[in-house]
Design a protein around this ligand. Structure first.
Ligand SMILES: Cc1cc2nc3c(=O)[nH]c(=O)nc-3n(C[C@H](O)[C@H](O)[C@H](O)COP(=O)(O)OP(=O)(O)OC[C@H]3O[C@@H](n4cnc5c(N)ncnc54)[C@H](O)[C@@H]3O)c2cc1C
Length: 242
């Protein structure tokens, strides 16, 4: 066993499937993935480059690790990621296109605080396609009696990920954006008919949008800051955020 194997989980790619025209589900399986401590919404850090290459060390592992939410997990030893395309593919997006069945994959243990909060009067999910991967796992784990609202932004209707409670969620599309407004996501959130008392909001995706969404909830709707769980996933011009 190498030193890295002590810190990283290893598995083998078992399946690769297009969920939409720009989102791939990648299933990794293996004995070391059995009975992991995972809470829906949590992520792993995936090795998408050669960690042993000195050139990657010199670059501070900038091109070596990328963060991905766990789309689904089976304690029998199999874990699904869902990696979405974006306009400036870096090492992560390129990895998702080159990965093949039988390939060995290494990643860190699940971690993160973007998880369901107990006792919330209701749950609100706000974000775009990258955030919807974590939201999918969280929605699947939500007891049926708990109320959920969501505003989810995608490029177009054909890009929607298959999420539970599909018909209860508000879906918006970037192609309806106009230069004058704050974007379809914020427009839809402003007009969303929410209960008057605050719930808990899970806000993820592009960093600036996360800030604007939190500001809307706290300033315009009067929610306490602690009723919002915010996790920026990426920011324009920044690589491998997290
Ligand atoms: C906690 C967490 C969980 C995440 N979960 C997922 C997930 O489940 N699925 C998933 O697909 N992504 C997820 N992401 C985002 C993912 O890690 C980044 O999008 C990833 O860094 C992109 O890697 P890359 O190497 O392709 O591009 P990078 O080298 O990181 O970036 C290259 C350029 O592309 C831009 N860019 C990166 N992502 C996007 C985007 N989505 N849209 C537009 N421009 C972008 C960057 O700003 C940069 O300019 C998550 C991020 C975090 C922090």
């Amino acid at each position: 066993m190498s030193v890295l194997d002590r810190f990283l989980l290893n598995g083998t790619v078992d399946a690769v499937e297009d969920l939409t025209r720009g989102a791939r589900r990648i299933r990794v399986a293996g004995p070391s993935l059995r009975d992991l401590a995972w809470t829906p919404g949590q992520h792993i850090r995936l090795l998408v480059g050669d960690i042993s290459a000195p050139s990657n060390w010199l670059r501070g592992l900038r091109d070596t690790l990328r963060t991905y939410s766990i789309w689904d997990y089976d304690a029998g030893g199999c874990l699904d990621l869902c990696i979405v395309d974006h306009p400036e593919p870096g090492p992560g997006a390129r990895w998702s296109h080159s990965v093949h069945i039988g390939q060995r994959v290494s990643f860190t243990r699940p971690e993160g605080r973007l998880v369901l909060k107990d006792g919330a009067p209701f749950h609100l999910f706000v974000g775009e396609e990258t955030a919807s991967v974590a939201f999918g796992a969280m929605l699947r784990a939500l007891p049926p009696a708990e109320r959920a609202y969501a505003v989810l932004e995608f490029e177009g209707p054909e890009d929607r990920l298959p999420l539970p409670r599909h018909d209860e969620l508000t879906w918006v599309y970037r192609d309806t954006a106009t230069p004058e407004d704050d974007g379809p996501l914020l427009r839809a959130l402003r007009s969303l008919d929410l209960p008057t008392e605050p719930g808990v909001a899970y806000i993820a995706g592009e960093a600036r949008t996360c800030q604007v969404v939190r500001r809307h909830l706290t300033h315009e709707r009067g929610w306490p800051r602690k009723a919002t769980v915010v996790k920026p996933f990426w920011a324009p011009g920044r690589t491998g955020l997290d």
